[in-house]
Design a protein around this ligand. Structure first.
Ligand code: NDP
Length: 453
């Protein structure tokens, strides 16, 4: 690490104490951007990196609501408006008990570069709450969403900040949030993405992150004249991203053998076929049950409970060629990364945001495998959110095939941008540096154009 990055990180850590995920995300980008700063000192003079790590605005608010027993509950709500150099703030809302300012700042920071890579005009933001939708009734979720939006609505707008879903925020939550926004603002606009098809949503938006992560893996494999057909794949999570990653992998002839939730994971040696995936979708999206039920239904599967005290996750220790981490940040630790490499995995396409710890990232890059970092590999979700915004502005909707075709082209161009940037800065094959650099340059040049703001 250079003196410059050391100095920057010391400052970031001092000013943002107890935010380890934010430090981790900044450090990774700063190490890649160093290469650019050497060649283009104007970025350093204009203190672009120092400005990019400082959110343009952070909103934090009280979210009071009443549960089904009539008891008052209080949660904390946030919106981090990180960077608007290339468009309105754009990024998801996460509802999970682990949510805090540091986690949302890391996600908003990543979002800035990811959105830049999509080729669409979107700035970066992220928000959410420490509210846990698990075990809550639909009415409780609705009351919470209404209270959350009652404060958030004054800060967002179709040309200002356009939130979407993330962990714990799916179609149900977006519906309740949109309903309350519309009621308060007295206007029907595309202020959220991931909307229902009857009221302004885009076809393929639910599928987009998972499909995109698979398209990105396919692009990486194509550089070695290979395809996903016949490949064995490990997928973690069982939510939106994991489900549609699995769906697209099946369509392309791959075999998926794992899925998980925070309680444990299933290993199905026979492979998760379309019927089994339909069972998972009903289990998770309708009945809101646990993955352990999969093993009760299908005898080919073994369920292993999560063990938080273990030094590795056995999900990542099965023989496979590809891995699609699709649950949460830092779910692949250094031991897991070593197990993946040992067991033959040479394609990692990150559906989740920052799912691999820095030591794991280094191990993947050093091993020369096809490693697609989240900000490139999972950008399909926000890309189709951008397409949803475009359709809303035109008051028009594209067909499933049109949106899917655009998604495919965007993932292809993100892959090309990563490859081109990595080659330009002598980091051939390194998608981490490629994604960070390509994402950074567009935002940095826009910031230079717009003066010191
Ligand atoms: P969902 O809420 O639909 O699903 C999340 C899945 O991950 C669930 O299976 C959940 O299990 C599991 N999970 C969540 N937190 C933890 C944890 N701390 N430990 C273990 N398992 C956990 O979310 P998404 O599928 O939308 O998001 C998954 C990842 O993809 C996140 O990192 C998100 O930021 C990223 N992402 C999502 C996009 C989108 O469009 N939705 C876009 C780009 C990235 P359980 O149900 O037990 O909590």
């Amino acid at each position: 690490m250079s003196e410059y990055v050391n100095f920057l990180m010391a400052d970031v850590k001092a000013k943002n104490q107890a935010q380890p995920e934010f430090h981790q995300a900044v450090q990774e980008v700063a190490e890649s951007i160093e290469l650019v700063l050497e060649k283009q000192p104007e970025y350093r003079t204009a203190k672009i990196l120092e400005r990019i790590v400082e959110p343009e605005r952070v909103i934090m608010f009280r979210v009071p609501w009443v549960d089904d027993r009539g008891e008052v509950q209080v949660n904390r709500g946030f919106r981090v408006e990180m960077n608007s150099a290339i468009g309105p703030y754009k990024g998801g809302l996460r509802f999970h008990p682990s949510v805090n300012l540091g986690i949302l700042k890391f996600l908003a920071f990543e979002q800035v570069f990811k959105n830049s890579l999509t080729t669409l005009p979107m700035g970066g933001g992220k928000g959410g709450s420490d509210f846990d939708p698990k075990g809550k009734s639909d009415n409780e979720v609705m009351r919470f969403c209404q209270s959350f939006m009652t404060e958030l609505f004054r800060h967002i707008g179709p040309n200002t900040d356009v939130p979407a879903g993330d962990i714990g925020v799916g179609g149900r939550e977006i519906g309740f949030l949109f309903g309350q926004y519309k009621r308060l603002a007295n206007e029907f606009t595309g202020v959220l993405t991931g909307k229902g098809l009857n009221w302004g949503g885009s076809l393929i938006r639910p599928e987009a992150t998972g499909y995109g992560a698979v398209y990105f893996a396919a692009e990486m494999l194509a550089t070695r004249n290979e395809t996903l057909e016949g490949k064995t794949c490990l997928v973690s999570g069982s939510g939106n991203v994991a489900q549609y990653t699995t769906e697209k992998l099946l369509e392309l002839g791959a075999k998926v053998v794992t899925l998980s939730d925070s309680s444990g994971y299933i290993y199905d040696e026979a492979g998760i076929d379309e019927d089994k995936l339909a069972f998972v979708m009903d289990l998770k999206n309708v009945r809101r049950g646990r993955m352990s039920e999969y093993a009760q239904k299908y005898s080919s599967a073994v369920y292993t409970e999560a063990d938080r005290s273990a030094d590795h996750n056995p999900l990542w220790a099965h023989k496979a060629e590809c891995a699609f981490p699709s649950a949460t940040q830092n779910e692949i630790n250094d031991k897991d990364a070593a197990n993946l490499l040992k067991n033959g995995v040479y394609v990692v396409s990150e559906g989740a945001n920052m799912p691999t710890v820095p030591e794991g990232v280094t191990a993947f890059v050093d091993a020369g495998i096809l490693y697609g970092p989240g900000k490139a590999a999972n950008a399909g979700g926000v890309a189709v959110s951008g397409l949803e915004m475009a359709q809303n502005s035109m008051r028009y909707s594209w067909t499933r095939e049109e949106v899917d075709q655009r998604l495919r082209m965007i993932m292809k161009s993100i892959h090309e941008a990563c490859v081109a940037a990595s080659e330009r800065f002598d980091r051939k094959g390194n998608y981490v540096d490629g994604a960070n650099i390509a994402g950074f340059i567009k935002v940095a040049d826009s910031m230079l154009d717009q003066g010191i703001v």
